[in-house]
Design a protein around this ligand. Structure first.
Ligand code: PMP
Length: 416
């Protein structure tokens, strides 16, 4: 279906063909072709995902796991087959290590609550980093407050890389869990998660990886990383909103208590005592977003059809080209210059307020995000309030980067 040969050429990915798969991209905004550079906030959906959602509601809708009738059995099969697709995508050892949630935020909250209940006591410590999304800060703060535990934070250098020596120093016998972002949504930094996990495991400490910005840029192997938990959202990986994944090693998920009670997560309910179902259902109380889950499965099929290496190689070209172009602009300050990063460009232009730049880019049909990007503590490190963020995906083009460059030059002139 897709030309996946010759990964050294941009045409290996056939961007024109790919762009036709995404109806949203094929429109004009203020009379000019839309340039969508807000992919870290959410990605656009290929037609196969949109079509399957339509088809499921039109032809197959029925609740999962509950009926003996045809529709329910069919949709249950599709739901469980999506679980297998996620298992394969992450290379998880067992199918029941994949829990469907409402998103990365939900997945982290489940672990923060459930792991906290099982293992965290007064004066214990949880390690996070300075570059975390609020979703990987606030749930831990809430858990620490509940349990009387403390939050420890690994700092970063000015390039936006974690200080691993500092991490090694703060890890100690009171540390109960390490929770780190795989790829920073504000800087694009790809963290050395395998090394981070190895250091924690030497001290018998489990690690949660927030993969919300990593999963869409290349293949992920949770057994190779050896992380204990890995989370992501469907909508950042070209799938539907309102659905996400929590991968957890069987050992932890078996021991941890359920987060929510309700239908589907029980074995037997009596007023005196309830026993819980096996994994993964123990953590999937209530009617799940089964249509969304199947949509995520379709998105994963779509990505693997294109080839994850092709995506990675092409996005690296976008990153290199974009970095060269943007840094050629006088008085553009780029934040996030790690050696290893994805194609996210966070920057300030002269001393123009990011909001003004964002508004003007919008009028030139370029969609970027401005503000703190849910990483307020990170911006404190740089002593700024936030940035203008252009986050690219494999359907973006070098020509679109040229347009951004020209638009920024125009804005600079306007403010002179
Ligand atoms: N972590 C990171 C790094 C993110 O970028 C995001 C979304 N911006 C989240 C967590 C939370 O994802 P969601 O809002 O889909 O739950």
């Amino acid at each position: 279906m897709y030309e996946t040969k010759n990964t050294h050429k941009i045409s290996a990915l056939n961007v024109t063909k790919i762009r036709n798969d995404f109806p949203v991209l094929n429109q004009e905004v203020y009379g000019k072709a839309l340039i969508y550079f807000d992919n870290a906030a959410t990605t656009q959906k290929p037609r196969v995902v949109i079509d399957i959602i339509n088809k499921l509601y039109s032809e197959h809708n029925s609740n999962v796991h509950r009926g003996v009738h045809y529709l329910s059995e069919q949709i249950t099969k599709m739901y469980e087959s999506a679980r297998k697709k996620v298992q394969d995508y992450l290379n998880a050892r067992y199918n029941h290590e994949i829990i469907f949630t409402s998103g990365a935020t939900d997945s982290i909250n489940i672990v923060a609550y459930s792991f906290g209940e099982a293992y965290v006591k007064k004066n214990d410590e949880i390690i996070i980093s300075e570059m975390e999304h609020h979703s990987n800060i606030v749930p831990w703060q809430m858990m620490c407050k509940r349990k009387g535990a403390k939050l420890k934070v690994i700092s970063i250098n000015n390039k936006g890389e974690l200080l691993l020596d500092e991490y090694k120093k703060i890890i100690n016998s009171r540390t109960k869990l390490v929770a780190i972002v795989h790829v920073s949504n504000s800087l694009g930094t790809i963290n050395p998660v395998k090394e981070i996990v190895a250091i924690a495991h030497k001290n018998n400490i489990p690690v949660l990886i927030d993969g919300a910005q990593a999963i869409q840029h290349g293949s992920i192997d949770v057994q190779d990383i050896d992380c204990d938990f890995y989370v992501f959202s469907g909508h950042k990986i070209y799938g539907p909103t309102g659905v996400g994944v929590l991968y957890g090693k069987e050992r932890w998920l078996q021991e941890m208590p359920p987060y929510q009670g309700g239908g589907d997560m029980i074995e037997r309910v009596r007023f005196e005592r309830t026993t819980y179902d096996e994994l993964p259902f123990k953590f999937e109380a209530g009617t799940p977003n089964y249509i969304g889950v199947i949509g995520v499965g379709a998105a994963l099929d779509y990505l693997t059809g294109i080839g994850l290496d092709n995506i990675k190689n092409y996005e690296k070209k976008l990153l290199d080209y974009g970095t060269a172009k943007l840094t050629a602009l006088n008085e553009l300050k780029l934040y996030g210059t790690a050696e290893n990063k994805t194609c996210i460009f966070s920057f300030l232009l002269n001393n123009i307020h990011p909001y003004d730049v964002g508004m003007l880019l919008d009028k030139m049909s370029i969609a970027v995000r401005t503000g703190h990007h849910c990483t307020q503590p990170l911006w404190e490190h740089y002593k700024i309030e936030g940035s203008i963020r252009a986050s690219l995906a494999f359907y973006n083009t070098l020509e679109e980067i040229d347009s951004l460059y020209e638009a920024l030059k125009k804005i600079q002139k306007m403010f002179k």
